[in-house]
Design a protein around this ligand. Sequence first.
Ligand code: 13P
Ligand code: SF4
Length: 312
Amino acid sequence: MDIKSEILHLKKEKGVLILAHNYQIPDVQDIADYVGDSLGLSRQAAKTSYKTILFCGVHFMAETAAITCPDKKVLIPDLAAGCSLSDTITSEQLRKWKHEHPGAVTVGYVNTTAEVKAELDYCCTSSNAINVVKSIPPDKEILFLPDMFLGSYVAKMTNRKNMYIWAGECHVHAGIRSQDVQEKLNELANAEFLVHPECSCTSSVMYDIASGDYGNRQVQILSTEGMMNYAKTSNSKKFVVATETGILYRMQKQNPGKEFIPVSEGAVCKYMKMITLDKVYASLKEEKYEVRVPKNIAQKARLAIDRMLAIS
Ligand code: 13P
Ligand code: SF4
């Protein structure tokens, strides 16, 4: 039996749900029960009846599943699969920031540690960040963390003037710059343009849209699953994509007649790519590595996560 068949056999025998993020390597996406964005994966974890969840993604995602499913075993194939964005803020830093803004509502991206989530009022993902901010009374100050590009995008889209934004970034998306976008779009006149709001080019893209610089070109700022849905329904045949390149495999697979071109071939998250088939197999077989969150942290973090899951 090849390793993929062995994984599928073992997974069935042990009754394990395999979740994979859109940035996982193609082989890992192939053996997953569900492939999606951060919000979709959190929802799948929260509603499953399986007793064990194997999370093919990065650590904060597995932690989120462990918080929403305290009665389940959550496994990650490599504990070193971290996230440069979630590393940009600690719970101590957040407590200090909150102290400087008494009464402010804290909204944190799901790309944060459980300790940081325990300090939040609301958690959000790129697909519901705008609606989460819209749900907060306009007179309330907001502390938004940790991604500054997503934060600026959300502030602009909600016309929120009383929003303070943490200066964090994801090294992969920060590396997708306006110059790269311009070069690619100049080469491909008829392609639609899909952008993830974590990209450093997001602000200039919004500015260019408002200034009419894109003319008739369709430009969409979307979460990874938003991009997947858009690519399926659009009549266009060609798309320039600004996010981590792992998504291109699923896009191409679901839309065989369409072409997807990355803005940057180098937009690769080394943490996402740490999950390999060998590690998935070992994880299933030996039921390692279990991700556990201390009860006191999990109980506090759960409030912010449940609010995130309630808002689409
Ligand atoms: P989404 O899949 O929620 O759009 O997030 C992208 C990301 O960078 C996850 O780490
Ligand atoms: Fe974190 Fe960026 Fe990797 Fe997403 S792509 S997991 S935000 S480092």
